[in-house]
Structures are given as C-alpha cells and as structure tokens.
Design a protein around this ligand. Structure first.
Ligand SMILES: *Cc1c(COP(=O)(O)O)cnc(C)c1O
Length: 357
C-alpha cells in the first residue's frame, strides 16, 4: 500500500518543537509534547523529545502503552491527558507516570491499584476555570484536595486546567489567577508544596509570546502548535514555525471533463447533506483515492492553488482541476496541507500510510 499517505518532515517537527520549548523555557515553563493527534506515531514522538519536551502526553492508554513499550531505552515521563476510565485504572498505574484527574472516585480507584502494586501514582487535579470541559469547579477544589491528600499511594503534584477545547475560552489574567490562588491556598492550608501549575495547551502560546503568562504557570501541554505551526486562537501561522510538517498525498483514479452541475432530482447524499455546486459549464474533474474514512476533507488545503476540493464521500475525494496548470494523468498524486481535524483522522486511519523525510 503506497497511497494515500501522510508525509512527515521530521526535521520540521523538531524545529517547531525547539521553537516552542525555547519560548517556554525563557519564561520558566516546561513543555509536555502531546501525541494524540498523530496517534502516538513513534517517529513524531522521538522528534518531540529531540526538540526538548520534558515528557509525552496522550488521551489514550493504548497510545501511552505503545510509547512505553517502544521508547524502552529512554525512561520518558508519560502523562494521561484524559481523566482515566474506571475500567483502565490498572493500566494507568502500570504504564503512566502522571494522570490528569477531575473525579475523586477515579483517583481513589487509582490509589487502590497503586497500593496493591506498591507504586506511587502522580496526579494533577484539573480545575474548570471557564471552558466547561473537564475539571473540578474552583469552589470544590479544597474539599477534594483534602481527600486526595489522604490517599497513601497517590501523589498530588499539581493543579491544571484546559482551555479553548469546548467553550473556546482563552487564557486570561483572571482564569490563571484562579489556579495560582488555589495552589497558594492548598500549600498554606495543607502545608503542601505542589510544584506544578499546568496552565493549558497550545492556546496559551500566543499570550506567552506576546506578553507572557503569570510566572507561577510552569507547565504547558502542547500538540497542535508544534505539529502544525498554528496559532490556535486564530489558526494563523505561529511565528518561526513550519505549517507543512505533515502533507497528505492522494492518487488520481479518475480524470474527466464533466458538467459541474449534477443531473436529476436532488436528494441527500450519503452523509445527509445536500451538495449544490456553484460552478457552471464543463469542468476538468479528478477523483482521488481518499475519503472521509481517511481524512476530514474540509480540513484539507491543496498545496497548489489551482486545485479546488469539491466534496468527498467515504472513499472518493472530488477535486476540480480546471485552474490547475500542470499536466496531470491517472496515477499522479496531489498534495494537501492538513488542519488539526484532518491530521487526527489521517494519522488514525488504518488506510493511510505514514512516510518520513
Ligand atoms: C489535547 C489536549 C492538549 C493539547 O492540545 P493542543 O491544542 O493540541 O496543544 C492539552 N491538554 C489536554 C488535557 C488535552 O486534551
């Protein structure tokens, strides 16, 4: 199987990682590299480590297990980003160094397993400072922390938050202050020394670059800006990074002149949508052997401006080549940049090969 494939430019991934790691290091912040959007691809994981990330993070225990087994020689700290399922606590304790948590019941289950295995499992307690995805509401943090601190085989190493994922809420002085004050309160009231404030993901980087984050924030968990070189608050290029570390290549399997407009009574397509083309006349059209089963096609941008994506079904991508100047023939490949959703699906699809250069 040669196509479709994602071409990964490992040097560009390393360069992007270095840029983000150095930017953060100047402000005393460590960067954990997030691998979930590349399905924990081993070469990409190694590139992140070469770029200087202090550990690797993923939402899926399978991915972390894969990294643990394949990065054998290096004892890389691994972080589970999604609060563990009750049904996976045993694996979490066994393979993961630190997990992000927001449910006491689950932390207690982790403690039970850690006690049986005579291990110490590290936990970062997630606080919802406004985005409304995961996290304990700030008013309930002290009560939960008190209970967590009594667990014999759990080490609470810090608190954290996630932003810009569900509500699109951006980091601000106010929401960072909530975390900083909570940490202070925990350390004072319980005579603790919580080290980590894990302040967010890629969405914190534009602010970090422009005006800095409060000095207490000392960890960020970064995926997209390293991998795709994007400022995730507006999807513009992030300064001094590459946007084309990952390129999708797909092969032309049909190339014909066809009327732009469909013919016949119009109903819904296979995905419940009504597709009406705005184009007129006879167009030069190609079908590429890639589809929604492989990639989120709306997240593709053709490298050549003359290529226009029309639509996709499960396994056909229809492109208009009327404005494409190069000679093309059956068997040629076309290249596309990917956005986050497209990368996520392409790297997860068993039908998409991964190549490196
Ligand atoms: C996915 C995820 C990240 C990384 O987000 P990016 O936008 O890719 O940097 C960080 N933290 C958590 C909890 C996540 O789920």
């Amino acid at each position: 199987m040669k196509n479709p494939k994602v071409n990964v430019d490992i040097k560009k991934v390393i360069a992007n990682a270095k840029e983000v790691v150095n930017l953060a290091a100047e402000k005393g912040i460590e960067v954990v590299g997030v691998t979930k959007s590349v399905c924990a691809n081993l070469e990409v994981a190694k590139a992140l480590l070469k770029g200087g990330v202090v550990g690797l993070a993923d939402s899926r225990i399978n991915n972390l297990l894969y990294l643990r087994e394949n990065l054998k020689l290096e004892r890389v700290p691994l972080m589970l980003l999604r609060t563990p399922m009750l049904s996976e606590v045993e694996q979490v304790v066994k393979y993961v160094d630190v997990s992000l948590n927001s449910e006491l019941k689950i932390v207690k289950a982790l403690n039970e397993v850690a006690r049986e295995q005579e291990l110490l499992h590290k936990v970062i307690l997630m606080v919802d400072v406004g985005d409304r995805r995961e996290g304990v509401m700030p008013d309930n943090v002290m009560k939960i922390v008190e209970e967590v601190l009594q667990l014999t085989n759990i080490k609470l190493v810090g608190i954290g938050t996630n932003l810009a994922c569900f509500g699109g809420v951006l980091p601000s002085d106010e929401n960072m202050k909530v975390l900083i004050e909570l940490r202070e309160k925990i350390n004072e009231e319980f005579d603790e020394n919580l080290k980590i404030i894990s302040g967010g993901n890629s969405s914190s980087l534009p602010r970090l670059k422009e005006r800095g984050l409060p000095p207490e924030i000392n960890q960020l968990r970064v995926g997209e800006t390293i991998l795709l070189g994007r400022n995730v608050t507006n999807r513009e290029p992030f300064p001094n990074t590459f946007q084309d570390s990952f390129l999708l290549e797909a092969e032309i399997i049909e190339l014909k002149e066809k009327p732009a407009q469909s013919e016949g009574r119009i109903g819904q397509n296979a995905f419940g949508e009504k597709e009406i083309s705005s184009k007129k006349g006879i167009r030069k059209r190609a079908i590429l052997a890639v589809g929604r089963q492989d990639v989120f096609f709306k997240g593709l941008t053709p490298l050549d401006k003359g290529v226009k994506i029309e639509s996709a079904s499960s396994d056909h991508l229809i492109v208009d080549l009327t404005g494409y100047r190069k000679d093309t023939t059956i068997g040629d490949s076309l290249k596309f940049e990917l956005n986050y959703a497209a990368l996520l699906r392409a790297m997860t699809s068993p039908y998409v090969k991964v190549d490196y250069n």
